[in-house]
Design a protein around this ligand. Structure first.
Ligand SMILES: [Zn+2]
Length: 231
């Protein structure tokens, strides 16, 4: 994909299907189906199905080419210039946790590709009206609105930007708890969930290698935002 110009906010339209359910489906059908999105998010996982954040973004087919709305709004076809992010919802998915991760990822994509979060996030329903209602319907199913989503992403983005905490994080290993955190410029800690998250953050330049971990006793860091790419 040449350049990321905007983000399409989707929901799966399939209540109770998890991020892994969706990604497994696309993996099974990738020889026969074109439809896909880059990232799927539920209450436990943020899964990159098609490269978007961890490598040069590849193309995903998540908006119909025969609709003119993407060209009218952004001057380009969504599939050629937008990252598609899918929100999972349903009775088995904790909406607070899934929504929080959805907001983090949308804000993080804006940060990574230098997009204005107030102007470059677009619901699928605006690009294919009459046929699509996402993510309004999925958000409504978890008692949230599309308008609130946009506001929440902007405030998440702004608070991270103000703290400039996405780059040059230090790695700290706490002596007593044996946990490893990344500490941002604002002296807040960010959880590193597992070895895969660690490797991904390292590849993204967020922090150094295992060798760079400082061991210390101090565990007084405040909790920061969790815009980490959690896999
Ligand atoms: Zn959609």
């Amino acid at each position: 994909m040449p350049a990321v110009k905007f983000i399409v906010a989707h929901d799966t339209g399939n209540p109770e299907s998890t991020a892994q359910n969706n990604v497994s489906y696309y993996e099974r059908t990738n020889n026969e189906a074109y439809a896909s999105a880059h990232i799927f998010i539920d209450d436990k996982e943020i899964i990159e199905c098609i490269p978007a954040l961890t490598a040069t973004p590849e193309k995903a087919w998540h908006v119909r080419y025969d609709r003119p709305e993407d060209n009218q709004l952004f001057g380009v076809e969504a599939n050629d210039a937008a990252i598609g992010v899918e929100y999972c919802y349903g009775a088995n998915i904790n909406a607070n946790e899934a929504y929080k991760r959805y907001v983090w990822v949308l804000a993080y994509i804006c940060h990574k590709f230098q997009l204005n979060p107030a102007l470059t996030i677009c619901g699928h329903f605006l690009l294919d009206p009459g046929r699509k209602t996402d993510p309004v319907s999925g958000l409504r199913a978890s008692n949230r609105t599309y308008e609130k989503l946009l506001l929440d992403v902007v405030s998440e983005y702004n608070s991270c930007l103000n703290n400039n905490e996405q780059i040059n994080m230090r790695l700290i290993k706490n002596n007593s708890s044996n946990k490893i955190y990344a500490i941002g410029a604002d002296n807040k800690k960010h959880w590193i969930f597992n070895a895969e998250t660690f490797t991904t953050g390292n590849a993204m330049g967020l922090w150094g290698s295992w060798d760079s971990i400082t061991v210390q006793n101090d565990d007084s860091f405040a909790e920061g935002h969790m815009i980490l790419f959690v896999k």
